[in-house]
Design a binder for this molecule. Structure first.
Ligand code: NAI
Length: 510
């Protein structure tokens, strides 16, 4: 049974900046009276003006009527002293990200608010246990981590420190749900869920760039088109701010005692040092200056496809690829002996298993091997990355590109690298999701909800593992670990357990 705060209970918000103003809007939209306090003179009024400007756009687009806007705005009241929050049932803090400032604030709130008031922090990186350490009743302190922009992003991480009372976390979670948010419980650990589990999305893309596997525009395009992600890693880092993203990477890396999984990238540091911070500075991974040529990723041009191919059983998740080839009028002869690959007249095509094409060609005795990447949906993907073995004939790749082209799939040739692009990113996201669940940061459902509604991933990492098989992911990670000889790619124990037990992460894949 859910037990949200009744809308008749006033809510306090401290800090009227980017996040505080947005949180005030969310609570007011749900029907609460909101007291908005900021230490800087005039900041609360400016925060409300910012909310009003946002609502004005909704009214102009016909998505909100003027009456509802006026009623919402009337519920947000600027107050000029913290004592005015005394009657609030819930106070959400969104001030500067400094431990000492937040500690002092909550200590002050303890004497201002009633005993049953709930106190919440929107901190994105500080420990809830540390913030509450100087409180006399830290059990009523909980993290309520909204994402930017708060009125739009669905996720709220409900973060419990060592002292947080479970009933308080449950109440805040129910309240966030009543405010239309997806609330996910998290244990207070560095990066909570999203800022931790998302690290490989950036980190592995940066590794690919470091190794010059492909241009940034190609990596972004493949991750979007084949992976189904709304934005590629480099355009997303440019949007977030490379300095902000780099700072989070460094703080998570240090917080986990320099675990190689989180090593930050020199590709980012070099840009931060040079002031190329992304969109906000006019240049980051891409150039946003006037007259800058747009960076385009052009697929390889395709020649005439073969009339027929011989196909062994492909991994189940890639089977639609064969259906598309057959639908293009190419004869598909099936042959059990061609297990896992498609034989063309002058090439062999397989879906990456985390080995380079060069290694696999030698180990599996395939002349002219080309590997292709993972796709979110092979039945609909507009593009895919491909890489040829170093020993393949120069025409092998052309044949594969022509075959894929005939099936309506644009091929992007990249350097021969373990796991290619999407398979590598997804496998590492799955691994990090497993580590978070293993460490009790959240449960399997929570991590998937968090990544879908916090960063708009097309599918939760663990649902992705279920879709392609945890064994596929384990094999890829083992091969990455062997290829690089690095602990960065060590497979999570939880992933291994699911493979041994043949147990999906979700009973019903979603
Ligand atoms: P901001 O700089 O836009 O706003 C902070 C506001 O707090 C300012 O208006 C400032 O005057 C006020 N303030 C500072 N000290 C105060 C005090 N002692 N008492 C009352 N008001 C005080 O900052 P932003 O971006 O809104 O971040 C606020 C919090 O939210 C931080 O803890 C941050 O880590 C977290 N956060 C930020 C996100 C973002 O994307 N900006 C996303 C999620 C969390």
């Amino acid at each position: 049974m859910t037990d949200p705060l009744p809308t008749s209970s006033p809510v306090g918000v401290i800090g009227a900046g980017t996040m505080g103003a947005g949180i005030a809007q969310v609570a007011a939209a749900a029907g609460h009276t909101v007291m908005l306090y900021d230490a800087a003179e005039g900041a609360a009024e400016r925060g409300i003006s910012h909310v009003a400007a946002g609502l004005e756009k909704l009214v102009a687009r016909g998505r909100m009527d003027a009456g509802a806007r006026d009623a919402l705005l009337a519920r947000i009241r600027p107050v000029d002293n913290i004592e005015s929050l005394g009657g609030c049932a819930l106070v959400v803090e969104a001030v500067v990200e400094k431990l000492e400032v937040k500690r002092d604030l909550f200590q002050a709130l303890e004497s201002i608010c009633s005993n049953d008031a709930i106190l919440a922090s929107n901190t994105s990186s500080l420990s809830i246990t540390a913030i509450g350490a100087s409180m006399s009743r830290p059990g009523r302190l909980v993290g309520m981590h909204f994402f930017n922009p708060a009125p739009i992003m669905k996720l709220v991480e409900i973060v419990s420190g060592l002292d947080t009372e479970p009933g308080i976390a449950a109440r805040v979670s129910d309240t966030a749900a009543a405010w239309g948010k997806h609330a996910v419980h998290a244990r207070s650990t560095p990066g909570f869920i999203v800022n931790r589990v998302a690290r490989p999305f950036y980190g592995e893309a940066l590794r690919l760039l470091e190794e010059r596997v492909a241009d940034i525009a190609v990596i972004d395009r493949v991750v979007r088109d084949a992976g189904g992600f709304r934005m590629g890693p480099f355009e997303l880092m440019d949007l977030i701010g490379i300095d902000v993203n780099y700072a989070v990477s460094c703080s998570v890396y240090d917080a986990y005692y320099q675990d190689p999984r989180f090593i930050p990238s020199l590709e980012q540091k070099e840009r931060v040092d040079g002031g190329r911070l992304g969109r906000k500075s006019g240049r980051g991974f891409y150039d946003y200056g006037e007259g800058a040529a747009p960076a385009r990723a052009e697929p390889a041009s395709a020649g005439a496809p073969p009339e027929s191919i011989i196909a062994g059983p492909l991994p189940g998740f890639a089977a639609p690829l064969l259906e598309r080839i057959a639908a293009a009028g190419i004869h598909v002869h099936t042959d059990e002996e061609a297990e896992g690959v498609i034989r063309l007249p002058g090439a062999v095509l397989g879906v990456t298993d985390g080995r380079t094409a060069t290694r696999r060609a030698v180990e599996d005795l395939h002349a002219n091997l080309v590997v292709c990447d993972l796709c979110l949906d092979y039945a609909a993907t507009p593009g895919i990355a491909v890489a040829a073995s170093m020993n393949a004939s120069p025409t092998a790749l052309d044949e594969v590109i022509a075959l894929l082209g005939a099936a309506g799939i644009a091929a992007y040739p990249v350097a021969d690298t373990p796991g290619l692009l999407v398979m590598r990113l997804v496998s590492m996201l799955v691994n990090e999701a497993c580590e978070a669940v293993l460490a009790g940061v959240c449960d399997a459902r929570g991590v998937d909800t968090a990544m879908r509604s916090g960063v708009n991933y097309p599918r939760g990492p663990l649902a992705w593992a279920d879709a392609i098989g945890a064994d596929t992911v384990l094999t890829v990670l083992n091969h990455l670990q062997q290829g690089y000889g690095s602990d960065r790619y060590r497979p999570s124990l939880l992933l291994q357990q699911h493979v041994y037990a043949s147990r999906p992460f979700h009973e019903q894949a979603h």
